[in-house]
Structures are given as C-alpha cells and as structure tokens.
Design a protein around this ligand. Structure first.
Ligand SMILES: [Zn+2]
Length: 122
C-alpha cells in the first residue's frame, strides 16, 4: 500500500490487542456491552476470543501514519438467523402444501360420496 501523504510504499504489519480491536467514533462509551450500538467498527478479522486480536495495518514511518483497512467480518449471529429464517420458510411452505393437499382430499371424498348416492333416493 502506498502512503497517501508521501506516495512511498508503506510497511505492512499489524496492530496487536488482547481482545477485539475496534475503532470508535469520538465520544463513544467504550464501556458499553454492545460496541455496535456505539458505532464501533471491528478492525481485526482474526483472533479476539481465544487468541489475541491482530488487525492488518500499514505504517509510514516518515509521515508517522498508520492505515488499517476495515476487514469484511462475517457475523456469526447473522449466519444463525439466516439459517433459522430458511428453516421457518421451509416449514411454512410444507404447511401450505399440506393444507392444499387436505382440501383436495376433502373435495374428492365429497364428490365420491355424491356419486355413490342413489339418484332416485328422496
Ligand atoms: Zn508517508
């Protein structure tokens, strides 16, 4: 990555932290249980729970600047919700299919009963 200030190649490295490494907007309450509510952005794509967090970063020693690209992080809760939604959709579809089949069966039974009736019977 080129330094946006001096255009020289930046040294690739990482920011190291014990837990997740996050960027917070000015004035955010870092004691919050849910950093997302404070607008925090997680910078480490790996580590953070069992192993120490590392956020890929680039440093320009001349300009005294560090750039940390924001990684794409898959939210495990979003993944579980997606699976749950797919599951409930499938259950709903099966339920609708069963209701349609049941209605068709009742219609057929009613028709058969009418056919068996003696047309001269009063
Ligand atoms: Zn620079």
């Amino acid at each position: 990555m080129k330094c946006p200030y001096c255009d020289k190649e930046m040294a690739k490295g990482f920011i190291f932290g014990g837990n997740h490494i996050r960027w917070y907007p000015e004035g955010a309450d870092t004691m919050m249980t849910f950093p997302e509510e404070e607008g925090a952005i997680r910078l480490n794509a790996t580590g953070g729970l069992v192993t120490s967090a590392r956020a890929e970063s680039y440093c320009c020693a001349d300009c005294r600047m560090v750039i940390t690209p924001v990684p794409e992080i898959e939210d495990p809760l979003a993944k579980v919700k997606q699976k749950w939604d797919a599951f409930t959709d499938r259950i709903e579809q099966q339920s609708e299919k069963r209701q349609t089949e049941r209605a068709a069966e009742q219609h057929r039974k009613k028709r058969d009963k009418q056919r068996k009736k003696d047309p001269w019977e009063v």
